[in-house]
Structures are given as structure tokens and as C-alpha cells.
Design a protein around this ligand. Structure first.
Ligand code: PLP
Length: 398
């Protein structure tokens, strides 16, 4: 059963210190989900029934009336918005993405127009809806939401994510109050958020999660919320949803991952993550030009990361050159570097296999030692990194 997938397909070994990343296979799928997936793959199953079972489990864990499983959270954004435009009308479902004559506008704060690997506004537009951004990137006021809503508004989309602008955004309670006063349903994209109940409790009509992030399920998405709105999203499988349908393995895997979430040893997992953080911090403490501190997750998930700040004058390396050097060895070590231009990055301990934290600690000192010895060659302009990243898109499959 345990074949070496790296050897079989000629792949490099990766240690993931960056978080749940689609580009790295999202997460280590929990054993309970792997068993359910293996069990369902060889069977016939009525998908509508399997989705009904998923609905019961999702409802139990989220407090929602109903739920369903999608191919991804990004798919869930498109399908819930499609559902809010069509309802259960099969004629309209088959007509999408042509939305002529329908309420087809989706309001979203400008500071929430994130890119999670693809632009969120595209997930909205795929349904045929139009994006109506309101407020400025760094400041949104309540009246701007009220003013953005018209008689053609189908939905108000709220994003909870470290990708969002971190200040100046409307709190969810106020967002819901204003949208509901105008009769507009609120969808919350909570793809990476551990909190399964809080967003519905604060007034959201629909909340969306990734099945393959913190839950450790297979690649999938979860819709939870008002039963009629969930049903309208589900019915899009007979329309635009066909091209990104979820299979029986995704649905069965999510049910099992949700059940496993209820019995998971959350305290034990946190203690293991803490031990990795303590090891890395101890490894870096006192290093010239390096400041390492354990910091909480920015959106309040119950997890910490190690933030490493670089002073390139004394450490002789920048955060972006450090990230590249960590990734250059065997195994490849991927760090959390999306803010590296400010000369800091993070190590995320949530996706490690046992013992990998020691390999990471060894690489930390090896890279920093090499930087001191190399004297200046590991301080490159950040613009070079931006150029190199842009070139990647033109290269695959080379
Ligand atoms: C990851 C993410 C998504 C996309 O989730 P997928 O399930 O990978 O499609 C959407 N929104 C936010 C905020 C995310 O972090």
C-alpha cells in the first residue's frame, strides 16, 4: 500500500513550512479521509445521497441548515453566486453564464479582492455575475456598502483571510446588518478558517471552506448555510458546475475529514507545532542580523508561526534570498515568504511529518552560515525575484 510516490513518478521530496498550499498538494490528508476515499472509489454510490449525507455532517459541525461539497472553495464561490442569481429555476441554471435580466451584481470590499492562487473576482465573474467593488483598498465605511447595493445586487461577498488588507475593512457584523437591511444575502469566504460556526452565528447566510486546508480532507470545498441557498448552489452541478464537479472520493473524503476534526487531538497537535517552533527559535536566537519570534495567526486561527526578520547588512542575506536558498537543497524546503519584500518571512509548523523540524533547523544554520561566508552574494535586488517569479509561468512543462 505504502508505495514511494516520489520514486514512482520521479518527484523531489518537499518539506512544507509554508502552510496549506495548492501548489504543494494542499495538505497531508488525514488517515480517516484516506480510508473513506479508498473505500468509496471501488463502489457505485448515488451522488445525491452521498451529498445528503455530507449535508447532515456539515450541518452538525457548522450549525447550518444544510451543506454540500464542491470541487474547491473557489468553485463554491462561483456556485453559490450562481445559485443566488438563478434560485432553483433549471431554465436559468442552464442559461448561465448569460445573466441578462437577472440580478447579477456582487458587492465586495476593495480590500477583499484577494488572489489565493487565482483572482477572487474571476471566481465571481465565472458565474456570469458582475463585480462591484466598494470602498478603497485601505479604508471602507458602512455607507459605501449601502451605496454599492442596487436593485440588481445578487450577493454580498465577505472574505476572511490573511490575504485581505489587514485594517480599515468593515467587520462582518456591520457588513451583514447593512446587506440584510437591503435584502441581500451574505456569503463568507472562510476557506482557511478553523472556525466552523462563528461566521454563520454572526449573520452570514452562506459560509464557504476549503476541504483540503486545515481539515486535511481531499481537494474539495464546503458550502454551509440556509437550506434553499445551498440547494440552489448544488443544482448548478446540472449547469456551469459540471466542469468543476466534485467526485464521490471528494465528498466521502470531506465527510470523513469533518468527523475526524471532531475527535482530533487539537491540544496534542498544537504541542507538537510548539515544539518545532521552539526548536527553530532556539536555533536562530542570537544570530547576527536575525530576529526570530513566535507570532499568532493574523486571522485568529489557533496556530502560531515563527516570524524571522532579516537585517541584510549583518546577516548578509535578504528574506527573499533566504527563501530561495532554503528551497534549493534536497529535500526542497518551502517557507512562507509572501511578505518577504519587507525582509521577513515565516516558518509554518502545521504541515510537517515527524522529524522534519530537525531537517529544517539544520538547513537554517547551513543557509545562514553560507550567507556569512559568501559575503554579499546573497543580497540581491527584490526586483530580480519578482522578474524570476513572473518567468515561471512561461516555462512549464520545462
Ligand atoms: C485558499 C483560498 C481559496 C481557494 O480555496 P480552494 O479550495 O483552494 O479553491 C479561496 N479563498 C481564500 C481566502 C483562500 O485562502
Amino acid at each position: 500500500m505504502d508505495m514511494d510516490i516520489h520514486e514512482r513518478f520521479g518527484l523531489r521530496h518537499v518539506i512544507n513550512c509554508s502552510g496549506t498550499m495548492t501548489g504543494l498538494g494542499a495538505s497531508i490528508v488525514v488517515p480517516q479521509a484516506r480510508e473513506a476515499i479508498a473505500a468509496v472509489l471501488g463502489q457505485w454510490t448515488e451522488i445525491a445521497d452521498l451529498q445528503r449525507a455530507a449535508s447532515r455532517t456539515i450541518a452538525r459541525l457548522t450549525g447550518a441548515e444544510a451543506g454540500c461539497v464542491t470541487a474547491s472553495c473557489s468553485a463554491a464561490i462561483t456556485l453559490t453566486i450562481a445559485g443566488l442569481m438563478t434560485g432553483r429555476d433549471m431554465g436559468l441554471i442552464e442559461r448561465l453564464p448569460d445573466t441578462a435580466g437577472l440580478k447579477n451584481q456582487v458587492v465586495i470590499q476593495t480590500g477583499h479582492l484577494v488572489d489565493y492562487g487565482a483572482p477572487i473576482d474571476q471566481a465571481i465573474r465565472l458565474s456570469g455575475a458582475k463585480v462591484v467593488a466598494f470602498g478603497q483598498a485601505t479604508e471602507t465605511r458602512p455607507h459605501q456598502l449601502a451605496a454599492a447595493i442596487t436593485e440588481n445586487t445578487a450577493a454580498a461577498l465577505y472574505v476572511v483571510s490573511h490575504h485581505c488588507v489587514e485594517y480599515g475593512q468593515l467587520p462582518l457584523e456591520i457588513f451583514c446588518e447593512i446587506a440584510h437591511e437591503k435584502g441581500v444575502p451574505v456569503i463568507v469566504d472562510a476557506a482557511s478558517e478553523y472556525d466552523l460556526k462563528g461566521f454563520l452565528a454572526k449573520g452570514a447566510d452562506l459560509v464557504l471552506y476549503s476541504g483540503h486546508k486545515f481539515l486535511g480532507g481531499p481537494t474539495s470545498g464546503i458550502i454551509a448555510g440556509k437550506a434553499d441557498l445551498v440547494a440552489a448552489a448544488y443544482l448548478q452541478n446540472y449547469g456551469i458546475g459540471r466542469g468543476f464537479k466534485v467526485g464521490k472520493e471528494g465528498i466521502a473524503g470531506v465527510i470523513a475529514a469533518l468527523e475526524a476534526w471532531e475527535t482530533r487531538d487539537h491540544a496534542g497537535i498544537r504541542a507538537r507545532e510548539r515544539a518545532a517552533l521552539d526548536l527553530w527559535k532556539a536555533t536562530l536566537d542570537g544570530w547576527l542580523g536575525i530576529t526570530a519570534r513566535i507570532t499568532p495567526d493574523p486571522t485568529g486561527n489557533p496556530l502560531d508561526r515563527l516570524r524571522i526578520d532579516f537585517d541584510p547588512r549583518t546577516a548578509k542575506i535578504t528574506a527573499w534570498d533566504f527563501a530561495a536558498a532554503m528551497g534549493a537543497g534536497e529535500p526542497v524546503i518551502i517557507v512562507r515568504d509572501h511578505e518577504a519584500e519587507h525582509n521577513y518571512l515565516f516558518l509554518d509548523p502545521c504541515n510537517l511529518h515527524a522529524g522534519e523540524e530537525k531537517v529544517v533547523a539544520g538547513r537554517l544554520t547551513a543557509v545562514l552560515d553560507a550567507a556569512l561566508a559568501a559575503d554579499g552574494r546573497m543580497v540581491t535586488p527584490f526586483a530580480d525575484t519578482v522578474r524570476a517569479r513572473a518567468e515561471i509561468f512561461g516555462r512549464w512543462p520545462q
